[in-house]
Structures are given as C-alpha cells and as structure tokens.
Design a protein around this ligand. Structure first.
Ligand code: ARG
Length: 279
C-alpha cells in the first residue's frame, strides 16, 4: 500500500473508546496573579461565563459517552480548575503533582486527597516539581514529557521509574507554551498533532522521527491553544477557535468537536488543561 492508502485506511478505521476524566468546576476561578504570559490580573474575568464554558465541556464529554468525576475546587486556588495539572494516573499507578509556583502549591495535596476519594489506590506524591498531565502525555506505551518551564529531567526520571514506562524528554522554548499539553495533542497510540516552533531543535528532531505522520499545527492554532485538546480515538474535543486544526483533523478522519473556552484562556488554559484522564 502507498502511504496515502495507509493514511486513508487508518482514517476509516478510527473508533472512539470510552474514557474516564477528572474535572474541577471553576467555582473559584479567577486571574489574581500571573505565572504565564496569558495571565493579566488587570483584565476582568467573568466567572459565570467560565462556569458555563466548563459545564458545556463536561456535558459534551458525557454526551459522547465519557465518564466525568468532578472534584470540588477550593477557595484561594483560582487555577485548580486545570485538573490536568493535578497528577498523572496510568493503570494501577498514580502520582499527585508538586507545583512550581507557590500560588498553586496547595493544589498538590488537595488533588492527592481527591485521588484517594476517587478510589485510586497507592497514590504517591511527586518529589520533583511536576505538574501532572500538563507535561506528561501518554502516547501508546510511552510518555512524552515537556521540560524547560515547569518540569526538569529529574522529574522525568522519577516518573519513568514510578510508572515503569519509557519517557521521551522534549524541551519547550516559548514561554507562551509552558506546558507540553499546550502544544502537543496525542491522537492515537502512533500519532500526535503538535506545533514545531514551541520545541527546541533537538525535540523537533525527536518528534519528526517518532511521528512522521503527525499533524503540524499553524501559528493561528497555537495562538488560541488549539492543541490543548483531548482525543478519544475519533472525536477530538478542542477550542472552537482552532479552525485550521479542526480542518486538518477532519481531513485525517477525526471528528473535531469545538468548545468555546475563551474565559479559561485568560489563565492560559483550554480543554485539555481542564481534563485529567484516568488511563
Ligand atoms: N494558570 C495556570 C498555570 O499557569 C494554567 C495551567 C494550564 N494547565 C495546563 N495543563 N496546561 O499554571
């Protein structure tokens, strides 16, 4: 088969599989500090609108057959809505996060307790700075791991040991894209979409080698955090502003499902940031 024929056959074979997600309602969402270039505490935030957008995301997941566990947010932790940062959960193993910035530090223990309440056994707390699925993305049987802003090689090693999984370290170079999940979207066990300019030259070479069929996102997609999405094998939940990426996904046999995330974008987060997957 030619490579075009292989891509066509793969497109036709895409199927969604039911997922289990953890989300945290933005009842205390706000932008009161700035720990990434998207956050401007002088710009007003409409919390009601943020809750509406978040509720739409949650309802959409459920409509598509996914299970959502909601953990309560805590006052004084305006970024806790970004559940992806709470930890990493793969099979029987789980690790709760240890945050870089003091503003978010209390979220680590909070998520740790929530994981236990969700019935996850044997949760350990990260020793190294580690913001969970923000920087660790499972693709097939390996973890892709971001570093440079919130996470270090030592954290990658700790995760690799704990989960007994190979970790591929990828250096991030653009402060707007401080977590791996802002510029890389796992699509299936063998394919991802990503935004090359956000990565160091060495990381770009690794990605090109691992994923020759990857979808490469445009500047416009990256500028609305379009890659901060979630794929269930067929449906791709992503910001409704990521129009070029949606087109590219459709052309490859995926079903893009756009969600308006403008209010959460003010804190530098979108669909994936609000979603922690229990793998
Ligand atoms: N304001 C939050 C921070 O800077 C946003 C986190 C977004 N989460 C993510 N998984 N990328 O930490």
């Amino acid at each position: 088969m030619t490579s075009v024929a292989i891509l066509q056959a793969e497109s036709a074979a895409r199927r969604p599989s039911p997922r289990r997600f953890v989300m945290c309602r933005p009842d205390h969402f706000d932008v009161t500090y700035s720990i990434n270039p998207w956050m401007n505490p002088d710009e007003p935030v409409d919390r009601c609108l943020a809750i509406e957008q978040w509720e739409t995301l949650r309802a959409t997941y459920e409509e598509y057959g996914h299970k959502v566990d909601v953990v309560p947010g805590l006052p004084g932790l305006p970024d806790m809505v970004f559940a992806a940062n709470g930890g990493l959960i793969v099979g029987e193993r789980a690790m709760s996060a240890r945050f870089t910035h003091p503003e978010r530090a209390a979220e680590g223990p909070a998520y740790h307790r929530r994981f236990a309440e969700l019935g996850l056994a044997g949760v350990v707390g990260a020793e190294e700075l580690n913001e969970g699925e923000g920087d660790f993305l499972l693709v097939g049987d390996r973890l892709l791991a971001g570093m440079g802003f919130r996470c270090s090689l030592a954290a990658h090693e700790e995760v690799s040991r704990h989960f007994a999984l190979p970790v591929v370290s990828l250096e991030l170079v653009d402060p707007r894209f401080y977590h791996l999940d802002t510029v890389l979207l796992p699509l299936d066990s063998r394919t991802v979409a990503y935004y090359p300019p956000a990565f160091s030259r060495a990381a770009r070479a690794i990605l090109a080698d691992l994923y020759p069929d990857a979808i490469l996102a445009t500047d416009a997609d990256a500028a609305v955090l379009g890659l901060n999405g979630v794929c269930d094998g067929f449906n791709v939940f992503l910001s409704s502003s990521a129009t070029e990426l949606s087109e590219a996904l459709r052309a490859r046999g995926y079903n893009p499902v756009g969600i308006e995330m403008s209010e959460l974008l003010k804190a530098g987060g979108s669909v994936k940031c609000c979603t922690l997957e229990i793998h």
